[in-house]
Design a protein. Structure first.
Length: 317
């Protein structure tokens, strides 16, 4: 039988192997666009503690500076996003705002990054890939939020940058699943389902005793002239008794809409038992699941963009 320690090591290796990496790039990069000086803040609960990052962006002439020093202090439960992770997150955010189809290392070379090693953004020590992934998502959201202020014509409402990472176990097998969240709307149109910039959605390791079904979480995106994308409704049915742990954020702090548009439905995790009322499960903790039960993971949608009255046809009375 595979031990819990062996499963944890394989989960970590699979997630690191699926990690998005910067490519060499091809073609012309978009021209430099001025930013001025802008700042944005992103925070959420990871491992039971709220972790925050503040991104301050400014022009450098040859590119842009990204100052992430004003972030929460590092501690034993912090995600420990190192400098390389932070640069990846910032580069992906700039790439999204500039409309690049693929992560481009040449864009990263334009960024002058400053971190504080005593905070969780810039910490020298590493941490498990699950926590790191959510830490990168927080940095990504903060940088993208600042860019929305600097470049309103390219602004995207808040997204569920990383929906959920699910690890489930039975006596002789285990499952690892990455669940998509919803992407925020922008000036060009509605959002859509989206895994975020770091990990592609899908089952990285399956188990015959645990059946996975996924569907769009309909009407979970934020309202507005352009609606946010829907999140995902993933269900895990246990043919045998087992355990499950769901790493998920956006439970208490769903993504923010832009220009008076609304937020999406927040994330949630529930245990579904036959002939019983659904019961909420706390994220980032292991829970026992009886045979025949189903765990439902609902990721947050993306936020809306634009005042709801814009673009809606109606007649004045």
């Amino acid at each position: 039988m595979t031990t819990d320690a062996e499963i944890d090591a394989r989960v970590d290796a699979l997630l690191r192997g699926a990690w998005v990496r910067l490519g060499a790039g091809a073609g012309e990069l978009p021209a430099l666009r001025p930013i001025g000086r802008v700042a944005a803040f992103s925070d959420d609960v990871v491992r039971g503690r709220r972790h925050a990052v503040r991104a301050v962006l400014a022009d450098t002439g040859a590119g842009w500076s990204v100052d992430l020093r004003d972030s929460s202090d590092a501690d034993a439960d912090a995600p420990a996003v190192d400098r390389e992770d932070a640069l990846l997150a910032a580069t992906l955010a700039f790439g999204d705002a500039l409309g690049l189809a693929r992560p481009d290392a040449r864009l990263g070379a334009r960024l002058a990054l400053t971190v504080e090693p005593r905070s969780w953004v810039g910490a020298a020590r590493g941490s498990a890939a699950i926590a790191r992934a959510f830490g990168v998502a927080r940095v990504y959201d903060a940088v993208l939020g600042a860019l929305a202020l600097a470049w309103p014509d390219r602004a995207r409402a808040g997204s569920c940058s990383l929906g959920a990472i699910v690890v489930a176990r039975v006596d002789d097998g285990w499952l690892l699943d990455v669940v998509a969240g919803g992407r925020g709307a922008d000036v060009h149109g509605d959002g859509g389902p989206w895994s975020g910039p770091v990990l592609p959605p899908g089952t990285l390791h399956g188990c015959d005793a645990i059946t996975v079904t996924t569907a769009l979480r309909e009407a979970s995106g934020g309202g507005g002239a352009r609606r946010g994308g829907d999140g995902t409704l993933a269900r895990y049915h246990f043919a045998r008794a087992g355990r499950i742990e769901v790493a998920i954020d956006r439970v208490s702090n769903p993504p923010h809409g832009l220009d008076r548009a609304g937020p999406p439905e927040p994330a949630a995790v529930r245990l579904l038992l036959p002939e019983h009322e659904p019961r909420a499960l706390a994220p980032w903790r292991a829970h026992e699941v009886p045979a025949g039960a189903t765990v439902e993971v609902a990721t947050a949608g993306g936020a809306g963009h634009g005042f709801p009255g814009w673009g809606i046809d109606f007649e004045w009375s």
